[in-house]
Design a protein around this ligand. Structure first.
Ligand SMILES: [Fe+2]
Length: 436
């Protein structure tokens, strides 16, 4: 998320956060950040683990700089605590590959900076009128960076990080993998309402007429994806887009990112046999697209995904989540960086959508066929560069959040985006087809 040129901040209609709730959320979010990296050695905090990712200590300094800019400078009109660091930690100005070189704070200084900024933010909270959007945005920014840091920790070599994983619910007795839900033709309201927290790219809400389609009830499983691998899916150019085939050939890609040739999958610092019932993860858009084509299907459009997830046909309403408008709970979705992996489809029946689709929120981010673009009537907020500099065919949209997403940070309208070749993200997919 870049931190440039803020726009004026006129928008109302955000969550009714009060100062006590803001203080509590700031505190909980910071505790999670610190707990996540606490087991990582100082040396591994400062090191570049993969050219794709920043050193973990850069993320910490960036979290502090973003908070200083938005809460100190923008919300309170104060000078930056460390003006010299704002460009060092500007994600737009500093490509990740170069972050091992630049003069960012080392670990002790980064912790000091985080603490100093936070102490001032809490004073600002007490002394200024609350603009909930800004505080909400800063909290979500930190939560989203925790997911980014988990991508780094997963790419790191075994020995760097052992996840303190909480067990998932027992495997469900039914197995809906491979079944389709039918979504009837008709209009529905896509996108976020004017009220409630949402990013600029989720608005404005609009009526979209969606032709009838069928969509997988569950994300694609490891077992199904392994059939694609074993049937030569990575060697049949007819199933791949031209760009996808070039990428596959150039990097000799043969299987999902953490799969090994002998049927194992790396989980941070251990290797396990691939679990055929769990959802496939760490596939690129190119791989997801090729798998879908091999079945005579395709990825869902964003509108199809959102309609299958949060549209209630009986009442003709779009809800915030598949289960309704209440926030996520532990029995509804695999979120919150607790399990450290996706579940088996159907493990959270209370989180089903009205169309019977499961795991649409949590578990794995789901690739859609859609490129990232503004909805008609898009207006940038709170700064021009948040979304719009990414609009275009270079980025594909992912939906639904992953096990690594904070429950506060996801909802049915949330749009994530990345390059179609990326797969260090916690990405899976489900397939769709025009209704027969
Ligand atoms: Fe950021």
């Amino acid at each position: 998320m870049p931190v440039l040129n803020p726009l004026p901040l006129p928008l109302g209609g955000v969550d009714p956060l009060d100062k006590r709730a803001v203080r509590a959320l700031l505190g909980e979010t910071r505790e999670r950040t610190l707990a996540l990296v606490a087991p990582v050695s100082d040396q591994d905090m400062n090191r570049v683990h993969d050219p794709l990712m920043s050193p973990l200590v850069w993320d910490l300094g960036h979290i502090a700089a973003f908070e200083d800019l938005w809460l100190g400078v923008e919300a309170a009109g104060l000078p930056a605590l460390r003006p010299d660091l704002l460009s060092v930690y500007d994600a737009a100005e500093t490509p990740r590959a170069e972050r091992g070189e630049i003069d960012y704070l080392r670990l002790d200084e980064a912790y000091g900076y985080l603490g100093a900024v936070r102490r001032r933010s809490l004073r600002v909270l007490d002394e200024t009128e609350l603009d909930p959007f800004i505080w909400d945005m800063v909290i979500r920014h930190e939560q989203q960076h925790n997911e980014t840091m988990l991508q780094t920790l997963k790419l790191a070599q075994p020995g760097v990080f052992t996840p303190p994983a909480r067990p998932l619910p027992a495997r469900p007795p039914f197995h809906a993998a491979g079944r389709k839900a039918h979504i009837a033709a008709g209009p529905f309201e896509l996108g976020a309402l004017p009220s409630g927290f949402a990013y600029d790219n989720e608005r404005p809400r609009q009526v979209v007429d969606v032709p009838a389609f069928d969509i997988d009830v569950t994300p694609v499983t490891n077992g199904a994806f392994r059939e694609f691998v074993e049937s030569g899916g990575y060697h049949r150019p007819q199933w791949w887009s031209d760009d996808g085939w070039r990428w596959r050939a150039a990097h000799a890609v043969e299987r999902p990112l953490y799969w090994t040739p002998d049927g194992h999958e790396r989980w941070f610092d251990t290797y396990e046999p691939i679990d055929p019932a769990a959802m496939v993860m760490h596939v690129s858009w190119y791989e997801a697209d090729a798998y879908a084509r091999s079945r005579g299907e395709r990825l869902p459009t964003e509108a199809e995904w959102e309609k299958a997830a949060v549209y209630y046909p009986a009442s003709d309403l779009t809800r915030r989540y598949p289960w309704g408008d209440e926030p996520p709970t532990a029995d509804r979705a695999n979120l919150d960086q607790l399990a450290f992996r996706p579940a088996s489809p159907g493990a959270f029946p209370a989180g089903s959508s009205p169309h019977g689709c499961v795991a649409m929120i949590g578990d794995v981010w789901e690739w859609t066929s859609s490129s990232f673009n503004g909805y008609p009537g898009f207006a940038p907020y709170p700064y021009a560069e948040y979304s719009s500099i990414f609009f275009g065919d270079e980025y594909k949209v992912l939906r639904g959040g992953s096990w690594a997403a904070d429950p506060v940070a996801v909802r049915g309208t949330f749009r994530n985006w990345d390059h179609p070749l990326r797969r260090q993200i916690f990405s899976g997919f489900r397939c769709a087809r025009d209704a027969r």
